[in-house]
Design a protein around this ligand. Sequence first.
Ligand SMILES: O=C(O)CCC(=O)C(=O)O
Length: 352
Amino acid sequence: MEMERISNAAVGAGEAEVPESLGLLKIPYLHRYWQHCWLKLKEPAVKPSQSHGEWDLENTLLSGLGLNILETGRFLHSASHTGFDSFEEWIIETNGGAIEEARLTRLRDALAGQPVGSAAGSLDNVPGLTAEERTFWDEYGYLVVHDAVAAEDRDAAAAAIYEFLDADPDQPETWYGNKFGVTIWVPLLRHPAFIANRQAPRLVKAFAQLWGREDLWSTVDQGGFNPPEHEGWKFPGPHVHWDASLERPHCFGVQGILYLTDTPADQGAFSCIPGFHRTLDQWLKELPPSEDPRQAIRRHPGLKPIAGKAGDLVLWHQSLPHGSSPNHGTEPRVVQYISLRPTRWEYTAEWK
Ligand SMILES: O=C(O)CCC(=O)C(=O)O
């Protein structure tokens, strides 16, 4: 198939007109993204480093369309659905049959390089981080934001995870039948309470303050369920790691996890090495060349579990080594993963 040229590819162009041929959602960049995925599929020799270098915009696109990056990849890889029309139909169907025009307009504007506000509306009167919290963040690279979402959405999200897993909070024998395997991930993505939590004003404001901007897009991330260890169920990870490239420069990025139930430190809490974002460069320089940093970090003694209450949002700088931890408590740890990123952000494309 001849690759069609999109003459008005939206990035930064600021153009308003979208030709009829660009489909149902009228997002020129969506067509460009689809073409790019198609090219990678048909010509696997094209390395990611030779890609069009728009990792940030691709994430914005998918977040704006309420899509998870892995589910989108899976859809596009399934041989029977490679047409652009079926891609758009799948997007709409995945969103429950319709996408609000206001959401599409905000996305179109952002992809066209126009300024957009927060998805949660004005944040002016929303309580934000204090000066002490900002100082703590700078020093330690993580932060616990209390009562980040509405209590009813927090509880509804926890209940949705139990229901999705066919588990019962009062029946421990039901906690270990995760149909998705031995994992703490729960691939529930678009429960209404999950969507509400991603847009909770206090949560959005915390991300906005750390990024220093409001044109943020929430990843469509999953839930998590980490039950107490026992003889037949041992914590499978994630062990300490980074999700960002270790190639320089080490860019700014904020990741987050929302505790949906009380999470004492020994109950499978999120763990990180506080302050490591400030010493990552030096640590890498001093590491013997024979050492793989991603293995070496596992021996670091500074990993600290971060306790929190139901409704607490733990934020961390992406340069902090982090992971989950074995649950030595009596209750499961129940969470929702949430990260917000701007339309465009600095990132290091080369993976190390
Ligand atoms: O579940 C956790 O506590 C850790 C999450 C994590 O490692 C990640 O989001 O990259």
